[in-house]
Design a protein around this ligand. Sequence first.
Ligand code: LMR
Length: 328
Amino acid sequence: MKKTILTLLSITLITLGGLVQAKPITLKFSHVVAENTPKGQMAIKFKQLVDERLKDKVTVEVFPNSQLFGDNKVLEALLLGDVQLAAPSLSKFKKYTKKLQLFDLPFLFNDMTAAEKFQQSPQGHALLKTVENKGLTGLGYLHNGMKQISASKPLHTPEDAKGLKFRIMSSDVLAKQFEALDATPLKKPFSEVFTLLQTKAIDGQENTWSNIRSKKFYEVQPYITASNHGLLDYMVVSSAEFWNGLPDDIRSELKKALDEAIAFGNQIAAEKAMNDKQAIIDSKRTTVIELSPEERQQWVDAMKPVWKDFEGIIGKDMLDAAIKANQP
Ligand code: LMR
């Protein structure tokens, strides 16, 4: 009798154990852009890989287009456990670290090859760790691309931007960059940009070709200056509590899937930088302005002085390493 009760008890425990184990971990990934962007595609790829490899163990739910959280709220949501993964632009970490302001410095990287080279350097990896003491875990960089400036009037030289209102991401470097042009920067969430442009509450904004296309900014901005003046990349991030609390095998499978999804997103970013620019030109809804070398130099001369305001906070060693990444 005793034996039967013990057997029944162990069967129940095994079954319960099975049930407990069978409950998948849910990983909500919240972002603000459309699905047909580098970040949107990366998130979908990550979900596909996890579905294939960690079926029944992890469920990924992707929420694009600021459906769940806007960019100013998502990092708080991560820390509260309301979402488990996000990839805000490097310009949106001000409350968590000042070091990432490096990436906003105008005309820092000549191209995406230099940005990639720096991000994969020891200094680039060290910057991922600067969010750790705020309870976040930086899991990798993801590219979007170089920013362009769209406006209600043609911008050939910095003088042309004088007096205009530009939406910026929540970054003090970007604020200084537009102030250096005698323009007015306004920190606003990505989800509000189209309406602000459409209603003419602002005159312009800066963004990548893929964001300008996917959010239709080019339909409400008659001019886009192909300035390539700054970088818009992301940090893929989780909360340390969630990430470190995962079973080791699941965490390493998730990291592997993430690295593959990031590589895929980066490939899309490179393709979209060219294709989306061309599609915008072909739409004939806006005029894309190409700068002459002399005009471009004027933008460099106007914007680059803001570096000196941030050198101290960022650190000269970091800045030097980033500049060095431009060398072939
Ligand atoms: C923006 O706010 O303009 C961008 O950070 C949006 C994004 O995530 O690409």
